[in-house]
Design a protein around this ligand. Structure first.
Ligand code: GDP
Ligand code: CA
Length: 325
């Protein structure tokens, strides 16, 4: 069995850890591939930073800081202190020393002309992740946020301004020229199930399916597409995704996000959608829109709760697939 997951960073990483646990317990021969958002990537102090790829790599490697919620465990920040003293970089964007090791390695290979997908393969080969990570694209297509009076890199808007400047639009710069990274279209076409992680619908999942060719490949993929809602009872659980949804005119609800993605039978992304038990009232409207919907617990408290979400998503996929074929 082949499982392909569309994923952002921290939320996607928690979900992937659950998918991996479920596969290890119940589907030992299944292969998991994650197609990862690169819209948050950027050059900073001469280094290429890829926050979502790294969040997933560290989490699956067991090297992530569970308490802080991002970055490496046991991290120190001596290099960032030096950069601040020299006045380079973003003083509000601290990179840990171990993390900088990853960025130096990535930047070194990129400067040798190695594409990001191959760089990612090399970086991740250090650990037994149990998931193949592929960047959505090898091309640099960064998310910018249009605010009154100008536009900012997504990271500046998100981290420096804590999403407090009203976003008028999200612009995925250069996306029209970006191509899916090698392996992306194959991972979509060959998947038995495509899972949409409970990641930010705008700046994680939205930026992946924006890359020319990816949405089109999903539209005709033979596998079943099942998403899990990042919104529970009208809140984002963690983070600030609600601000992104508001900016594109989508309500912060499990139902509105699913309708925004749309039913694949009507030109959208989804065959099925998991909402949290708290959002069970949304099921009839989703079914009416052509999206098979189920209510299950969607809080990813630990690996077991995430694994149960993966199991539920695959069970729904099996049911939908049986109905279609
Ligand atoms: P980022 O790239 O680091 O921002 O991470 P993602 O885009 O992958 O995921 C962020 C989203 O995950 C948040 O906006 C939340 O809505 C969602 N999220 C975080 N924790 C949970 C959880 O326990 N359950 C569910 N269903 N969603 C979650
Ligand atoms: Ca991200």
């Amino acid at each position: 069995m082949k499982i392909t997951v569309l994923s952002g960073g921290v939320g996607g990483a928690r979900f992937l850890r659950g998918v991996r646990a479920h596969v290890q317990r119940s589907l030992p021969h299944a292969e998991i591939t994650a197609i990862v958002n690169t819209g948050d990537d950027m050059w900073l102090t001469g280094l290429r930073i890829a926050p979502d790829l790294d969040s997933i790599m560290y989490t699956l490697a067991g090297e992530n800081d569970e308490v802080r919620g991002w970055g490496r465990v046991g991290e120190t920040e001596r290099v960032s202190g030096e950069l601040r003293a020299y006045g380079v970089g973003w003083p509000w964007f601290t990179l840990g020393d171990l993390d900088i090791g990853t960025h130096i390695t990535r930047s070194h290979w990129l400067r040798e002309g190695v594409p990001l997908s191959e760089v990612t393969r090399r970086l991740t080969s250090r650990w037994d992740l149990g998931v193949r990570l592929i960047p959505a694209t090898d091309d640099e297509a960064e998310t910018h946020v249009v605010v009154d009076g100008g536009d900012l890199h997504f990271q500046e808007w998100w981290t420096k301004h804590r999403a407090a400047l009203t976003a008028r639009a999200f612009v995925h710069q250069g996306v029209e020229k970006a191509r899916p990274a090698p392996g992306v279209l194959e991972a979509i076409a060959e998947a038995d199930v495509i899972l949409v992680a409970p990641s930010n619908p705008v700046v994680s999942i939205g930026t992946i399916i924006d890359i020319p060719g990816i949405r089109e490949a999903i539209a005709v993929a033979p596998g079943t597409v099942v998403g899990a809602s990042p919104i529970i009872a009208g809140t984002v659980v963690r983070g600030m995704a609600d601000v992104c949804l508001t900016a594109i005119g989508v309500a912060t609800s499990a139902e509105a996000v699913a309708l925004h993605y749309g039913a694949r039978s009507a030109g959208g992304l989804l065959d099925a959608w998991l909402v949290d038990d708290a959002d069970a009232a949304a099921l009839p409207a989703l079914e009416a829109a052509g999206i098979a919907a189920s209510a299950v617990p969607l809080w990813m408290r630990d690996t077991d709760t995430s694994a149960q979400i993966a199991a539920d998503a695959l069970a729904v996929a099996a049911g939908v697939g049986a109905g279609i074929r």
